[in-house]
Design a protein around this ligand. Structure first.
Ligand SMILES: [Zn+2]
Ligand SMILES: [Zn+2]
Length: 114
């Protein structure tokens, strides 16, 4: 999280507040996040879809509880205290078929039998 002096943008999470606080998401995209929403990231994981701009907020405790993959769980636990916003290329809202393809591709990569 950096504070770019003088530069202002609309908060991508609530889309209500103008803010000078910005977060760098993977891929080098700069996103503005207001103080209120930054506070939210302490208790919640926030995902933003780069395709349609949809924002997904999930409480960290619930996400961690639901994770059965121990590697993934460890990765998320490492992020538990970070104020983090993760970018998604696409989400179920803007590309339901793309998501299905991605899931199918992930499954076939694991080498399942036909
Ligand atoms: Zn906000
Ligand atoms: Zn989307």
């Amino acid at each position: 999280m950096k504070d770019y002096l003088g530069e202002k943008g609309l908060c991508i999470v609530c889309k209500e507040s103008m803010t000078t606080i910005s977060a760098d998401v993977e891929g080098g995209t700069k996103l503005f996040v207001c103080e209120k929403c930054l506070e939210t990231t302490k208790q919640n994981f926030i995902w933003i879809c780069m395709g349609c701009g949809n924002v997904y907020i999930r409480p960290k405790a619930i996400v961690l509880k639901k994770l059965s993959d121990s590697h993934l769980k460890k990765a998320y636990q490492a992020c538990e205290d970070l104020q983090l916003i993760q970018g998604l290329d696409r989400c179920i809202e803007c590309d339901p078929e793309g998501i299905m393809e991605a899931v199918a591709a992930a499954k076939s990569e694991k080498g399942g039998h036909c």
